[in-house]
Design a protein around this ligand. Structure first.
Ligand SMILES: [Zn+2]
Length: 281
C-alpha cells in the first residue's frame, strides 16, 4: 500500500490533510471527523455482518424472535422519520443470537443489528416482558449507526495515515478510497472500537427520541440502566458499555432528558404509535 502519493498534486493535498490533523485544537474536534462517505456504511456493515455472526447460532422463529423483529422495526421506522437523510440509506436487519452468556447487542454501520439472548432477562426485569427494556438498548444502538459513530471511530483509529492515503485516493478518482476503507478489516475491528463517552451520551439521547417516537415509554430507560448496573457488577462491561459514562451519569442524563422526550412519547401514543410491518421494510 502506497503511503505517500507520488503525484505532486496528490502529495500537496495529502500534506495539507496531515497538517490539518496536527493543527486541530482538541480531541473533541478530531473525534467529529468522518472520512468515510455515508454510502460506504451499508457496504461495510454488510461485509462485517456474516463475519461477526459466523460462529454464532441464530434463532429465527418463536415469540422472542418475533418480538425482537417487531420492536426493532418500530425503532427503525422512528429513526427513518427523525433522521431520514441517513436512516433511509441503510439496509436494516436484525438477528437474535443464541448466547445466554452474553449481555450484549449491537448495530453495525449501515443498519445490521444483533441481539444476544443473554440481554433479554436484563431487559425484562421483574415484569418478564423484555420489549420496552430492549427498545432502550436498540434505540441506543440504532442511534450509534445513524450518528455514524462506528465509521467515525474507525477514522479516528486510523488517524493521519488514512488522511494521507484517502486524500490521495479521492483525488485519484475515489475507487481507491473504497479499497483503503475495506482493507482496514472493519468487521474484525468493529466490536473493539471505542466510540467515546460523548458519543455514548449522544446515542442515549437520540435513542430515547427513537423509542419515544416509536411509542415505547422512555421512563423505562432509568430502570433498565439500573438493572444493567446490577448485572455487570464485578465483570468487564460488554462492548457497548466499555467506554461508557458511569451508570450514575447516564441515568442522571436520561432523567434530565425526560421532559424533552415525554411529549414525543405522548404524541406517539395519542396517534396510535408506530406499528410494526412484521419485518418487511
Ligand atoms: Zn453505546
Amino acid at each position: 500500500m502506497q503511503l505517500i502519493p507520488s503525484h505532486p498534486k496528490r502529495l500537496a493535498i495529502a500534506l495539507m490533510a496531515a497538517t490539518t490533523v496536527a493543527l486541530l485544537p482538541s480531541c473533541a474536534a478530531i473525534s467529529q471527523i468522518n472520512l468515510i462517505p455515508v454510502s460506504q456504511d451499508p457496504i461495510l456493515g454488510a461485509q462485517a455482518y456474516p463475519e461477526l455472526l459466523a460462529p454464532e447460532q441464530t434463532i429465527e422463529s418463536g415469540r422472542e424472535y418475533e418480538t425482537v423483529v417487531a420492536m426493532t422495526d418500530r425503532l427503525v421506522r422512528a429513526a427513518k422519520e427523525i433522521d431520514p437523510e441517513v436512516a433511509n440509506l441503510f439496509e436494516w436487519e436484525v438477528v437474535l443470537v443464541k448466547r445466554d452468556d452474553l449481555v450484549n447487542a449491537w448495530c453495525l454501520p449501515g443498519g445490521k443489528m444483533a441481539v444476544y439472548t443473554g440481554i433479554l432477562p436484563v431487559a425484562a426485569g421483574a415484569g418478564g416482558d423484555f420489549e420496552t427494556g430492549l427498545a432502550v438498548v436498540m434505540g441506543h444502538e440504532i442511534a450509534h449507526a445513524t450518528l455514524r459513530h462506528g465509521t467515525r471511530a474507525m477514522t479516528r483509529q486510523q488517524g493521519a495515515n488514512w488522511m494521507i492515503q484517502l486524500a490521495g485516493a479521492v483525488i485519484g478518482g475515489g475507487e481507491g478510497a473504497a479499497a483503503i476503507i475495506q482493507g482496514a478489516n472493519f468487521g474484525a475491528n468493529f466490536l473493539n472500537l471505542s466510540f467515546g463517552r460523548d458519543a455514548e451520551l449522544e446515542s442515549d439521547r437520540r435513542g430515547l427520541m427513537y423509542m419515544a417516537h416509536a411509542g415505547y415509554d422512555p421512563r423505562e430507560a432509568v430502570g433498565f440502566w439500573q438493572r444493567m448496573q446490577a448485572a455487570s457488577g464485578g465483570q468487564a462491561p460488554p462492548e457497548w458499555l466499555s467506554t461508557h459514562p458511569s451508570n450514575e451519569n447516564r441515568i442522571k442524563q436520561i432523567e434530565s432528558l425526560l421532559p424533552e422526550v415525554m411529549p414525543i412519547y405522548e404524541q406517539s401514543r395519542s396517534s396510535g404509535g408506530l406499528k410494526s410491518f412484521g419485518g418487511k421494510r
